[in-house]
Ligand binder design. Structure first.
Ligand code: LFR
Length: 491
């Protein structure tokens, strides 16, 4: 195999990157070209994504790639889910996209439920109810007589909006569209009844539902000349970051579960058909669209978000490195405090440490006092919640889950990895940390003809990654801690 490079534009909720992946013989070699912050903008109490600034950073990343002598075969874009941008009749973006981290989401869902019961919505879509799903956001925009919604010609999901800015072509990529809770999971297209319910015409969305592995378009002449790149194709990858991450799970057989660990922790299995029944609805598992006809049966768990938010507060006093925080957590006494990371009070509080204190008080616990105690309680609570979701996941899987693959940035956290193995009682294998970018790049490489299927891709990723294995320890202690967790958190 000769050397071939691909560029991944990978936007997360707190930062974005342009990464180059090169196929060298039997390995993928990554190079980070540019990392930039993705900062929520608060305007009159509403949170927005600054898509214009993100786009400037992306172009800067593409120019830097040119300066490094990279001429990629193609480019792929992935982002977080559910959010979208509006485009006007003249093709211009209409303002900043709303962020899913707005406060009023719960009211939107409750108000929607008066139109259609949420279990009926689940039955139609197989998507977990999360207050920020696109369907509820759009419903709320209708109620508010949103001028953007009214005046816009098209709605583009985030990765599609970025691809549009790069190519001038408007498409709707399937994996990202599936996070909207507007799709019929069998027809794999927008559900007419749901569009009627929120009073939005099909023509508000691009005509074409595009599946990964197709070409969206080529870089516009302008962008090519501005960045120095050729007019290379932009390929539809797993536009949803989690879909791209799951591509890069280095599994050797299909008896695995994954935990894509970043701001969110997404725990799930890969299945050929959606699992939609009363039990999956009750447990609020989702059936998001994956690449190559797969379904990502998973659940969102609040991930590193809680630590990230606490860190912002601690940084004001003293900036601790990640390793220092880990060490403080490791030295704190085990199993003193626990909380349900998915409690609504942690979704976007003004102060995360105060939210933890409030939770502890309301559940009859003492409160953490030192940073080490906070860190330990955050990671133990996460590991115990992983256990809770894992038990439920196993009850849906038609196979014995032999291993949990932790991928994404959070897989670098060996303290949490060990706690997770302890809580779950099975082997945990970690890596790659760059799963999202790797998945993005590997789908491009498959589109270019270098791989036939997911199995080949995963073998190649495994060969390219330094994996680490964590075996369970302290079984009885963790079983007791889990009982206590379930009682305290009323799970
Ligand atoms: C992860 C992620 C999750 C999605 C959440 C909000 O980055 O994409 O999969 O539920 O962000 O969009």
């Amino acid at each position: 195999m000769s050397q071939k490079s691909f560029l991944a534009v990978d936007l997360g909720a707190t930062s974005g990157r342009v990464i180059c992946g090169t196929l060298k013989k039997d390995k993928l070699v990554l190079e980070e070209i540019l990392k930039f912050p993705n900062v929520l903008v608060n305007i009159h109490g509403q949170f927005y994504w600054n898509i214009f600034q993100l786009f400037s950073h992306i172009k800067e990343g593409l120019s830097l790639a040119t300066n490094k002598g990279i001429q990629p075969v193609s480019i792929g874009v992935d982002t977080w889910g559910v959010d979208f941008a509006f485009v006007g009749d003249d093709g211009a973006l209409m303002g900043l996209p709303f962020s899913y981290r707005n406060y009023t989401q719960k009211e939107n869902t409750e108000s929607f439920a008066n139109q259609m019961p949420l279990d009926a919505l689940y039955e139609k879509t197989g998507i977990q109810t999360m207050d920020f799903n696109t369907i509820f956001q759009l419903y709320a925009l209708q109620l508010r007589h949103s001028s953007q919604l009214k005046a816009s010609n098209k709605l583009l999901f985030m990765p599609d909006a970025i691809s549009y800015l790069l190519t001038g072509k408007q498409i709707m990529e399937y994996t990202i569209a599936s996070t909207s809770q507007l799709l019929d999971p069998i027809a794999k297209n927008l559900h007419p009844e749901l569009l009627d319910l929120i009073n939005i015409k099909r023509s508000k969305f691009p005509d074409e539902m595009m599946f990964s592995g197709h070409v969206v378009g080529t870089l516009t002449k302008d962008i090519a000349s501005e960045t120095g790149l050729n007019e290379v194709p932009v390929v539809a990858v797993g536009g949803h970051d989690t879909a791209s991450a799951v591509v890069a799970v280095p599994a050797m057989n299909s008896n695995f579960a994954y935990l894509s660990s970043g701001t969110w922790s997404l725990m799930g299995i890969e299945v050929p058909e959606p699992i939609i029944n009363a039990r999956s609805q009750q447990a609020n598992f989702t059936n998001e669209g994956g690449v190559d006809g797969t379904i990502r049966f998973l659940k969102n768990i609040t991930g590193m978000w809680i630590l990230e938010q606490c860190r912002k507060e601690w940084d004001k006093q003293h900036v601790y490195s990640y390793d220092e925080l880990m060490a403080m957590g490791q030295n704190a006494t085990p199993f003193q405090y626990c909380f349900d990371p998915d409690d609504a009070m942690f979704s976007n509080p003004t102060s995360m440490t105060l939210a933890i204190i409030a939770y502890c008080k309301s559940t009859g616990q003492e409160q953490p006092n030192t940073i080490g105690e906070y860190v330990r309680s955050i990671f133990e609570s996460l590991a115990l919640k992983y256990k809770h979701v894992f038990n439920s996941l196993q009850s849906f899987a038609s196979f014995p889950i032999e291993k949990l693959h932790i991928i994404g940035g959070g897989s670098r956290n060996s303290f949490l990895n060990q706690l997770t193995a302890n809580a779950l009682g099975i082997e945990v294998e970690t890596g790659p940390a760059e799963a999202t970018a790797i998945g993005n790049i590997m789908i491009q490489a498959k589109t270019a003809g270098y791989f036939q299927n997911l199995e080949e891709i995963r073998k190649f990723v495994r060969n390219s990654t330094k994996l680490e294995s964590f075996l369970p320890q302290d079984k009885e202690q963790w079983q007791q801690a889990y009982q206590q967790f379930v009682e305290r958190c009323h799970l």
